[in-house]
Design a protein around this ligand. Structure first.
Ligand SMILES: [Ca+2]
Ligand SMILES: [Ca+2]
Ligand SMILES: [Ca+2]
Ligand SMILES: [Ca+2]
Length: 206
């Protein structure tokens, strides 16, 4: 196993000796060298009988994106239509509590442009119960979704927004965990939620 890599376990199927001061949740174990594991030390991970061990991929590049000013740019705009999709993680910013992680994504809309934002986590088996907040460039919340299905989907804990811009602006999507719905979009770690895990994000601008 590799440090800072991510492996998917089935629940309660592992133990680790010596026990590091790291964060383990019930389905995804992620090893952080900066959180109790020592470099070049030998650790033993015991996979219990019947357990599955599958590496999963999620995009770990979206970490320091917890405010509007740090937002990851999707590249989408009125002149650059299309789909932006990625698979990040809520709970991988080591500067804040796991449930306080917020991932911000920026895109430009012209007046009348419609964007759809679909986040899937719960239905994919992630422990994350996602929440979406959409802000304008002044940090005013213009849309919110906790549990909303995309057209054709079953209702789950996952989130979906369809938004038509009233004015031309840069808009900022904040992905967080449910409960974390009153954070200040300009201040990292200013709220707290109750879950963490991977998610799939798909932003579509036609
Ligand atoms: Ca994150
Ligand atoms: Ca983040
Ligand atoms: Ca969905
Ligand atoms: Ca939700």
């Amino acid at each position: 196993m590799l440090a800072n890599s991510n492996y998917l376990f089935n629940e309660f199927s592992y133990s680790m000796l010596p026990t590091p001061d790291s964060d383990w949740n019930s389905s995804v174990a992620q090893i952080f060298l900066d959180n109790g594991l020592l470099e070049n030390n030998l650790y033993q991970l015991q996979i219990l009988p019947g357990a599955s061990l599958d590496p999963i991929s999620f995009d770990d590049s979206f970490i320091n994106n917890d405010t509007i000013s740090q937002a990851s740019n999707t590249g989408l705009s009125s002149t650059d239509l299309g789909i932006f999709s990625t698979s990040p993680y809520i709970g991988n910013n080591r500067s804040v509590e796991l449930g306080s992680d917020v991932d911000f994504f920026a895109f430009d809309l012209g007046a009348g442009d419609t964007v759809t934002i679909d986040v899937d986590a719960n239905e994919l088996g992630s422990d994350l119960n996602p929440l979406l907040r959409l802000f304008d460039s002044n940090g005013i919340e213009v849309a919110l979704s906790d549990n909303d299905p995309a057209p054709g989907e079953q209702t789950s804990l996952d989130s979906y927004i369809e938004f038509t811009a009233p004015s031309t602006d840069t808009y900022y999507l904040g992905v967080s965990s449910a409960g974390n719905l009153s954070y200040d979009p300009f201040v990292q770690g200013s709220g707290n939620g109750f879950s963490w895990g991977f998610y799939d994000l798909e932003l579509t601008l036609n």
